[in-house]
Write a protein that binds this ligand. Structure first.
Ligand code: SF4
Ligand code: SF4
Length: 152
């Protein structure tokens, strides 16, 4: 079983041999990565109750949290779309949602890491928040020291 204690393991999308010779649609049918999850914006946890809620989310199977490159927090459900067919094609292609139409293989999650942290377990989230708290405390101590020096 996958054991993670740190929050910086990337979401994994497959790469294929000779993919430079494949068309965008061939890559998508083989990958189908973006048809296999749902992500919803959430806010950065700021209170004990909110942290508790996020821990509860992460206690559920196939639920993860990630921080994107714009520092936005997202709740991730690893669950395939019911319209995804066995051959990797969309079963409702002409009428698929706009969100699916707008998603392009040239700018999708597969081409680059679009998040900075991924939390798969409550422990990973709590370890990250603890680390952030320590960093903040060190920063504010440094500021106080600098201010004290200035006033002398
Ligand atoms: S858009 Fe990107 S993530 Fe989605 S199926 Fe195509 S290659 Fe995979
Ligand atoms: S509707 Fe089609 S393109 Fe959109 S997520 Fe489902 S299978 Fe993928």
């Amino acid at each position: 079983m996958l054991e993670l204690t740190k929050g910086d393991t990337p979401l994994v999308f497959p790469k294929f041999e000779n993919e430079d010779k494949m068309t965008e649609s061939e890559i998508c049918c083989k990958c189908s990565g973006c048809c296999r999850y749902v992500s919803v914006d959430i806010t950065k946890p700021r209170s004990k109750d909110q942290i508790d809620l996020y821990v509860w989310y992460l206690l559920h199977k196939n639920v993860q949290i990630y921080i994107d490159n714009d520092k936005g927090w997202n709740l991730l459900f690893i669950t395939p779309c019911t319209k995804l067919q066995g051959d990797g094609k969309c079963g409702i292609y002409p009428t698929r949602p706009k969100l699916c139409k707008d998603y392009s293989a040239s700018s999708c999650s597969r081409t680059g890491k679009d998040h900075t942290h991924l939390f798969m377990t409550p422990d990973a989230l709590l370890a990250y928040l603890e680390e952030e708290k320590k960093k903040k405390q060190t920063k504010s101590k440094t500021k106080v020291v600098k201010k004290t020096k200035k006033t002398k």
